[in-house]
Write a protein that binds this ligand. Structure first.
Ligand SMILES: [Zn+2]
Length: 494
């Protein structure tokens, strides 16, 4: 960075590094993107639950973004709907309890309905030995062999969450494991039942899913019912039998981009925000080469008269990073590709130029924003690599994770080409511009703040003779471009 703020930055950093709590090292908040469906698991609580309960095998792929449903953050997967409570703990919606998805005819299949008489034989939840009694009851009502048919419902229930996934430390706590299986399925709400149209199919209904035995393939698996719940919300792709039953549901066809919060009939669906819930989350990366045009950023004049300008270095690195990411299949948007301001109205204040960069990212519905800079300071002995993020955004945990990847990759890439940079590490933007203050492009105080995880890299100091000498070498810029591209790929789990 930059202009008038540079002195302040260094002083603030020097003063505050020792005084402020270091950024907390959170559990890797990696964004797992699934190209199979075009959605990602972004929330660390959802991701942790997903990973510890069997992943894709248990839940299928995500088929929505996170959104607010009846007052709670939720994410729909093919087989289940995850719901997060304010304390962070995750539960699955009882999809098949009356109300949400009571349907029994889906795409030609006829599922059993809820069998009240069966449920009444279950042990009462408040009984003292409930956990033992309920598993005993499940083993009776969800058999492995039924009418001489190897339906394997009990084994399928018990094998839902594999031990090595749920309990990686190697402990064998079968009761705990069975508890995880119960979390995923809930209790049986019907006995095994033939499909009346097809005796080759046997179903058993649980609170949160339906097990399906197919005699033609001798396989037992869960039906992807939550995927159909998404179709009900969208009012699209519904098979005719489901459409006929779901038309009168309060959830039917609620997804409407033309309405506030994208909810067609908010009276029927309170405390719900469907904004972009089912729009693909395929990564869209915005690269923002800092400065441009008359704004040269930091600079260094060599003894031969050559002037190294930050704005040119930023653009060169951004162009190379963009090329590498596009080769890897990512969609990349740049705030500028020429030596110019982003906001072409030169009479506007500088804040407008920064806002124009944020607007490009927000309007592109970007999933990640990287502002590319090199540092500058009055004292030429100051050198090194810094990555900033803003700690006061809803997605700050993910920004921090991104910033950590950038810092690791940048310092390693420089070491690889034989340059030991001074690693100043990951810092909050408030450590640079003062407590309570923020970088315009990262922080919450912009007129229209940035809406996605973001970071600002300061690769090296243009004003330091040693760093500047390296920056004159195209290999240094290329190494940094590779590092930034790799950090972005790692951020997406690649
Ligand atoms: Zn800068």
């Amino acid at each position: 960075m930059h202009r008038q703020a540079s002195t302040l930055i260094i002083i603030a950093v020097a003063l505050l590094v020792g005084l402020l709590p270091r950024p907390v090292s959170v559990q890797a908040a990696s964004t797992n993107f699934f190209p199979q469906t075009g959605f990602a698991i972004q929330d660390p609580h959802f991701l942790d639950y997903f990973n510890k309960r069997g992943g894709v095998r248990t839940f299928g792929y995500p088929v929505s973004r996170e959104f607010t449903f009846l007052g709670f953050p939720v994410q729909i997967f093919q087989r289940a709907v995850m719901q997060r409570y304010p304390d962070g703990h995750v539960q699955l919606l009882n999809l098949l309890d009356p109300g949400l998805f009571p349907y029994t005819q889906v795409n030609g299949a006829i599922f059993p309905g809820v069998d009240i008489a069966l449920i009444q034989t279950a042990p009462p939840v408040d009984s003292p030995d409930y956990s033992e009694a309920v598993f005993h009851w499940i083993s009776r009502v969800a058999p492995d062999s039924w009418n001489g048919i190897p339906v394997a419902f009990h084994q399928s229930f018990l094998n839902t969450v594999p031990a090595q996934v749920a309990l990686p430390s190697g402990q064998k706590n079968l009761a705990l494991l069975a508890g995880f299986d119960l979390e995923v399925w809930g209790v049986p709400t019907s006995p095994p039942t033939y499909d009346p149209h097809n005796k080759k199919f046997v179903y058993q209904r649980f609170q949160r899913g339906i097990l399906h035995y197919d005699a033609t393939t001798h396989t037992t698996q869960g039906i992807l019912l939550a995927d159909y719940f998404k179709d009900v919300l969208m009012g699209e792709n519904l098979p005719p039998d489901l459409l006929a039953q779901a038309r009168t549901s309060p959830y039917f066809g609620q997804y409407d981009p033309q309405k506030p919060q994208w909810v067609a009939r908010p009276n029927a669906l309170p405390n719900t925000d469907l904004t972009r819930a089912f729009e693909s989350e395929a990564p869209i990366i915005v690269l923002d080469p800092g400065h441009g045009g008359a704004e040269i950023g930091a600079s260094y004049t060599f003894s031969d008269g050559t002037v190294l300008k930050e704005k040119d270095l930023n653009l060169a690195v951004a162009n190379q990073t963009a090329m590498l990411l596009r080769q890897a299949g990512y969609t990349v948007v740049q705030t500028r590709t020429t030596d110019s301001w982003v906001d072409r109205n030169l009479s506007d204040p500088l804040a407008d130029d920064l806002q124009a960069r944020v607007d490009i990212a927000n309007n592109a519905h970007a999933t990640l924003f990287l502002s590319i800079h090199f540092n500058g300071y009055d004292d030429p002995s100051v050198r090194g690599t810094t990555v900033y993020y803003d700690a006061d955004r809803p997605f700050s945990e993910r920004s921090l994770h991104f910033a950590q990847l950038l810092d690791q990759q940048a310092t390693a890439a420089l070491a690889n080409i034989g340059y030991q940079t001074l690693n100043r590490g990951v810092q909050t933007d408030s450590m640079a511009v003062g407590l309570g203050n923020h970088f315009y492009v990262l922080g919450p105080d912009a007129v229209r703040p940035i809406q996605m995880p973001s970071a600002l890299v300061e690769g090296l100091f243009v004003t330091n003779p040693q760093d500047a000498q390296r920056l004159r070498d195209p290999r240094t810029l290329h190494a940094l471009a590779e590092a930034y591209a790799r950090a972005i790929e790692l951020y997406y789990g690649g």
